[in-house]
Design a protein. Structure first.
Lengths: 244, 244, 244
């Protein structure tokens, strides 16, 4: 399975052109749109989101991951193996949390060369073909990375910020709920939020946080929109409040 | 064929994660995005939309249908057979019109249990696997329903409200055009609208109603947007005016 | 491969219903969403966009193309062969640039008749079945066109206007970069823009133009939005400035 994780949006030709390459090169591999609205031009927020969602997918999944504000510039183009899943995309920190949390991981510079490489669309011309090769069980030409320039050791293990706002206005943070004390409250925009198990535990209009279906601490308002009601967007800071 | 009918939006990971389950469990079954923007958190409006669109699909189609504001609460999780098509989702009235209009229908509580059930994403953890089983021709574990708590006898046969606004600003009502007198006019927002056969029957800027391609009475403005020009949104009341 | 080029938007049932027809009639043919947000109701702008993007696809691709403000009216319903690719849709000029740039092209009126033709959704009822037949290698019933009423000889070879604004706010023009002098500047909204090779060639906030990954001259702002920063939208005029 190939899962797409990009900031392309679903409109426009970008996702479609990548899929055309995938179908040409790996016609029998299903392609899944995971995120087309990953944090735009923001590999750091995207890295926490990708790590949380990738863990849910079966072993062998190839994540074609393009959040790449530096396309055409000096950032490396890489592929990564981490605990039996593959990742292809820019070496700008996007895979930092995936690699940090993996028991076993390696990364390669892409040495495979397309016939034609546009300056602005490496997703189509470089990353999609490499993802297709990996999904077919082949190993694209690559050089094992050693300099660690794709890593970001300075980023925290859990990011106390909003990293994504979904269709319902719910605000996902970059923190795994399991990493927080059971009685932790979250403080955002001057409001202190309790933890609940599910939306229907609180009256309509109440703000709270809960462990979302992929393990992230997520802020929501029952029958409301947390983004609008609390003024949240990607990058909004979150504070953790514990009893002790 | 599995058709997706949800209020998830196309962005974000929700539809993609459901599709990943479907491809894993039923790899040979095509999956169609029918609506990802069904009326949000509004099973009543959604029920009229689903009934109109489902009737167009081939027998055997499985509708994975998630408009589920009560996820994680007390509403039942069900699957329904109606005139040779299958429906899986919450028992909150979403299938009321499908069942009411069917010559033959039965419904079951889902007894099949996933290995892990998140509190907030039954679409992925419960409804998608059940839809995949049905699409493979298997019968998931279930208990025939008897209490009728998934039904909504008090809802009208035709809903005189806007139930959906499309990309062009056209406003679909919950009424089938065939259920209206041939000379019926519709009154919305103080405007009385004639019936036309097609958009090009009226000058640019004119508001009218017509039978849309799935049989619903739909309000439109030629080369305009009915939602903006007439101030319509989901729930806007529609009055029927007949000559006699 | 069937590529979809429409102004339907991705939301709502329209694309899904077309895909259901394609899967029923040509189950083994991959279907790619190329543009669902082609210039709305604007076959002229769409024609320049389609010609630029279609050229990238493999021979044999069928473009199911629906930008059709006159649906249900007098415009012809056609299919076109141009240099080994197929196009199906309304004969309203949408294929003018594809045909003009082709070494070899022919067009047919669709004579194939569906069992039921709705007045407002020829994409589903007429164009999708014809596209499926072509993708299966069959020739649908058709009459070779002779009157040229689907052509638009008065449209320029390169359209000096914005024809599309993408998810990032970049504004594509209807001009091929290869048709412009190497040192050409573009003037839009009172601003004179230099040509660059790639985004990272200029400081954040700078506006410029470049050859996009499909050969069109495209206006962008590094780490900004050209549409907002320069006030551009579909139809905005572009002036070409050359040194001498």
């Amino acid at each position: 399975m190939i899962a797409l994780f990009t900031d392309f949006g679903l409109h426009g030709p970008y996702t479609g052109q990548m899929k055309a390459v995938l179908y040409e090169m790996a016609p029998d591999v299903p392609v899944i749109d995971l995120f087309a609205d990953a944090p735009s031009g923001n590999p750091k927020s995207a890295a926490y989101l990708l790590a949380a969602y990738a863990a849910w997918f079966p072993l062998g999944t190839v994540f074609l991951s393009v959040v790449d504000p530096g396309v055409g510039g000096a950032r490396p183009a890489i592929f990564v193996e981490a605990d039996g899943r593959w990742y292809v995309g820019p070496g700008n920190g996007l895979f930092e949390l995936v690699q940090r949390r993996a028991r076993k991981t390696r990364s390669w510079d892409i040495a495979w060369k397309p016939q034609r490489l546009s300056a602005s669309f490496h997703g189509r011309d470089l990353f999609a073909p490499v993802a297709a090769l990996l999904a077919r069980g082949e190993r694209p030409a690559g050089r094992l990375r050693g300099d660690g320039s794709e890593r970001r050791a300075e980023w925290p293990d859990e990011l106390a910020e909003v990293v994504y706002v979904d269709h319902y206005g719910n605000a996902m943070t970059g923190m795994r709920a399991a990493a927080l004390p059971a009685d932790a409250k979250l403080v955002v925009a001057g409001r202190t939020l309790d933890r609940v198990r599910t939306f229907t535990d609180r009256p309509a209009g109440t703000a709270f946080w809960y462990e979302n279906s992929n393990g992230l601490a997520e802020i929501a308002v029952n029958q409301g929109r947390a983004d609008r009601d609390l003024g949240l967007s990607i990058g909004s800071a979150v504070e953790i409040l514990t009893a002790a």
